[in-house]
Write a protein that binds this ligand. Structure first.
Ligand code: IDP
Ligand code: MG
Length: 136
């Protein structure tokens, strides 16, 4: 079994899309091992997105992800990392297929409603940021 880290970004919470997105994961059958509503400080956001620290959009990315409450989910299934990535769609919502979360709910690259870990190694690192006391 594998566990992955999902974030519902501030745009998802502001737009009232929490139940829409969480419901998709419930209906798909994931086991929920953690769920938190929180707002990131800049230091934690920079740690989360450390791989992008040299990118020109890094400042805006941190501004955005700290701009309001987010929901962090720890979701378990066989192949959870890839299954969540498939359900999310492509990074740019304009390239995301209908039926995916971004393909159904987003239009803008910088406000693409969801984060999902991109590998089991990333999932382990990111779960430690949001669920330092462990999972259920
Ligand atoms: P991912 O969220 O699909 O894993 P990443 O490449 O890890 O995509 O990028 C992290 C986040 O940074 C994306 O979800 C998107 O919101 C934002 N982002 C990626 N590329 C750009 C860009 O070129 N301009 C502005 N924001 C970007
Ligand atoms: Mg990524």
């Amino acid at each position: 079994m594998e566990t992955t880290l999902v974030l519902l970004k501030p745009d998802a919470v502001r737009r009232g899309l929490m139940s829409e997105i969480i419901g998709r994961f419930e209906r798909r059958g994931f086991r929920f091992r953690g769920m938190r509503l929180l707002q990131l400080d800049r230091e934690t956001a920079e740690r989360h997105y450390a791989e992008h620290s040299e990118r020109p959009f890094f400042g805006e990315l941190v501004d955005f992800i700290t701009s309001g409450p987010i929901v962090a989910l720890a979701l378990e299934a066989d192949g959870a990392v890839q299954t969540v990535r498939d359900m999310m769609g492509k990074t740019n919502p304009l390239e995301s297929a209908p039926g995916t979360i971004r393909g159904d709910l987003a239009l803008v690259l910088s406000e693409n409603v969801i984060h999902g870990s991109d590998s089991p190694e990333s999932a382990e690192r990111e779960l430690g940021i949001y669920f330092p006391d462990g999972l259920l």
